[in-house]
Design a protein around this ligand. Structure first.
Ligand code: PRX
Length: 648
């Protein structure tokens, strides 16, 4: 991202936040006052907020238990139920008729689901799951398109204390199998298919393929009929969602679970090994999803229509399409299809048609829509928008400016939110009506979050300097670990600074005014269109092909996707263009289409140091077409460089 980083570093524009005295945090004085509360009484403040915002079955007496750090526990002796906080309490407050979910299908079909109707369906689904043998602590994998039933399935799991693990619908059967097995799931909830670009993208066949080999843990597959595509049916294992729900009563008492009960597992990529099952706990995650909705989006549950465009297969979809807005009792919009179907105006048409007020998306989508031209948004009435958000990757100032002017009409504040699967919710972000924004900067840590930029020794860098991004105190929505691998959790996140800090894996810089600028990953994790992919995962997928002897994968800058995937491959056989397409298809099969390399370059060897380490920095320079600055005198075979530099 060197071009983008340069433009970010030269950025000097500052935008004052709009005045809004009704905002939850209307100015910086409020922000500093809130921060000070945490400075003065860290656990007391968290405890007070948790009592204020969550409906507890049993109150907690301990706020933070750090006796076994870094295995922190929050509100540990409290008991709570997620679905009750997202549904029952709003219905009991007389809001049963308020719209919880507005859903738009790709074909234009629209559904408005009230809180009362959503609660009834969640109860039926929870009862149906119980009837299929699901009990507290069991794992349920959800592999679904963006349809309301996906949210129903998630909430139903939480109602009966089952831990869900949503797997992104575009992941392949192999990737699904790996996750189902790692989680030891007893049930898979899926759909026959979902709609993408006017066609049905089949899902059930991937589940069938995943379960064909292995996955003995899975007893049933619940199938939502949505795409209308023909699917095989395994009697005894496969169950029709609608039939199963119709047979159930619409009442199911929410099961109170410990605040630390694993709410969900969500797999994400790291720099080594297979994807990690990030575990989130119920109480702390619930609290932070509410607070960040209120602080960062200034969410007003009685008047806002909130739209986060992320798929529920990612953490953004968990926290800000489902749990955050529903826990606040507001209206969330779900859209099933792609942003450019039938044309590049689709997102803006949806905003206009449903009166979206808060809109949250990824820079990659913004960049793609900039390319499509201003005429598309100009066709639609975007005057209801009041807050805009971005997430997932650094936003280049040009894209920020376009978002601000063309989409936000120059009046909507932009919140550039930095966070991760592991953090559960926002960590560093402007507050829309308080923080003066700088295009490309996530600005300051949120109240309660103690983030720093440090050098390799863990010393905070001065203003105007760069380093590694860390979080120096635990926070309620932090990951509780990696499913089944406590040591990996400690090693990945805590070892770098001897257990003192959470290491995020990102580089960052603090400017003269103390603003944080996120510079991207410092490990071997790629960020492709806001999707996180491990280079090692793609390398493993490549070497699992019979023709491949060795592979190294690096990222290179890409104008739309942020980063593109470049693979250097050593073959066991003759190179050919056909083989390149075959390898791309093979990676799609192993992981999913999002992991397909953009460039594949064949060579006789990979550049390695005398000790045998692949020279990745050199490969990154080559992939980007940059001048090689690295000292390559230790390189055994210099001819290799010329080969690798030869383009497709
Ligand atoms: O590199 C950072 C980048 O996305 C990574 C986290 O990816 P994931 O766990 O998939 O979660 C994405 C959605 C929360 C981070 O380590 N990232 C996320 N938000 C930003 C960002 N980079 C720059 N600016 C952001 N606002």
């Amino acid at each position: 991202m060197s071009g983008a980083i340069e433009s970010v570093l030269n950025e000097t524009r500052v935008f004052t936040p709009p005045d809004d005295s009704a905002a939850r945090i209307p100015d910086m004085a409020h922000y500093h006052a809130l921060r000070k509360r945490f400075d003065d009484d860290f656990t007391g403040t968290w405890g007070e907020l948790a009592r204020q915002h969550i409906h507890w079955h049993k109150p907690f007496s301990s706020v933070l238990d750090d006796s076994d750090a870094p295995f922190f526990k929050w509100f540990a002796d409290g008991e709570v139920n997620m679905s009750e906080n997202c549904l029952d309490r709003h219905v009991h407050a007389g809001l049963g008729e308020r719209t919880a979910i507005i859903w738009e299908g790709e074909s234009g079909e629209v559904r408005h689901i009230s809180y009362a109707a959503l609660l009834a369906d969640v109860c039926r689904a929870a009862n149906a799951m119980r009837q299929l043998g699901i009990e507290q602590g069991d794992r349920v994998v959800i592999y679904m398109p963006m349809i309301p039933e996906a949210a129903v399935a998630m909430l139903a799991c939480t109602r009966i204390g089952a831990t869900h693990s949503v797997v992104f619908g575009a992941f392949s059967a192999n990737a699904l199998r790996e996750r189902v097995m790692d989680a030891g799931a007893k049930l898979v909830v899926t759909a026959d298919g979902g709609w993408r670009r006017g066609k049905v993208h089949a899902l059930k066949p991937s589940v069938d393929a995943a379960l064909e080999k292995g996955c003995a843990c899975v007893e049933h597959v619940l199938v939502v009929k949505h795409g209308g595509n023909d699917v095989d049916w395994q009697q005894g294992r496969d169950v029709d969602w609608r039939q199963a729900l119709n047979a159930q009563p619409d009442i199911c008492q929410p099961l109170a679970v410990d605040a630390e009960h694993p709410l969900f597992i969500l797999y994400t990529s790291g720099s080594t090994g297979s994807p990690k099952g990030i575990v989130h706990a119920t109480g702390g995650y619930l609290l932070w999803s509410i607070l960040t909705m209120q602080w960062v989006f200034d969410f007003r549950s009685d008047s806002d229509v909130f739209w986060c465009t992320a798929d529920i297969g990612w953490i953004t979809g968990h926290t800000y399409s489902v749990y955050g807005p529903l826990a606040c009792g507001g209206t969330t919009l779900m859209y099933e299809g792609v942003p450019t179907y039938p044309d590049a105006g689709r997102l803006w048409k949806i905003c206009a048609d449903h009166g979206v007020t808060v809109f949250y998306t990824a820079p990659t989508a913004i960049r793609a829509l900039i390319k499509a031209g201003d005429a598309w948004p100009k066709k639609h009435d975007l005057s209801k928008l009041r807050v805009l958000g971005t997430v997932g990757e650094p936003i280049n100032p040009e894209a920020w400016m376009w978002y601000h002017e063309v989409i936000g009409g120059g009046r909507c504040p932009i919140v550039d939110t930095w966070w991760q699967t592991e953090t559960g919710g926002h960590m560093i972000s402007p507050l829309p009506f308080a923080t003066a924004t700088k295009p490309g900067s996530a600005s300051f840590p949120l109240p309660g979050i103690f983030a720093e930029v440090v050098d390799l020794e863990g010393q905070a860098v001065g203003k105007g300097q760069g380093g590694l991004l860390v979080v120096t105190k635990p926070w309620p929505s932090m990951l509780r670990g990696i499913w089944g691998d406590a040591e990996r959790y400690r090693d990945t996140y805590w070892q770098k600074f001897d257990g003192r800090y959470y290491f995020a894996g990102d580089g960052a810089r603090k400017d003269e005014d103390g603003y944080f600028w996120i510079m991207g990953r410092v490990d071997d994790v790629l960020n492709v269109s806001g999707h996180r992919l491990g280079t090692m995962e793609i390398e493993s997928a490549l070497v699992s092909h019979a023709a491949v002897a060795e592979a190294a994968v690096v990222g290179r800058p890409d104008d739309i996707k942020g980063e593109a995937i470049c693979a250097f491959v050593i073959l066991k056989q003759q190179a050919s263009d056909d083989l390149k397409s075959e390898l791309r298809a093979h990676v799609a099969l192993e992981i999913g289409p999002i992991a397909k390399p953009d460039d594949i370059r064949f060579a006789d060897n990979l550049p390695k140091t005398r000790s045998g380490k692949i020279m990745r920095r050199l490969l990154r320079d080559i992939a980007a077409g940059r001048e090689i600055t690295q000292d390559i005198s230790t390189l055994e075979d210099h001819r290799v460089i010329a080969q690798l530099q030869a383009k497709d």
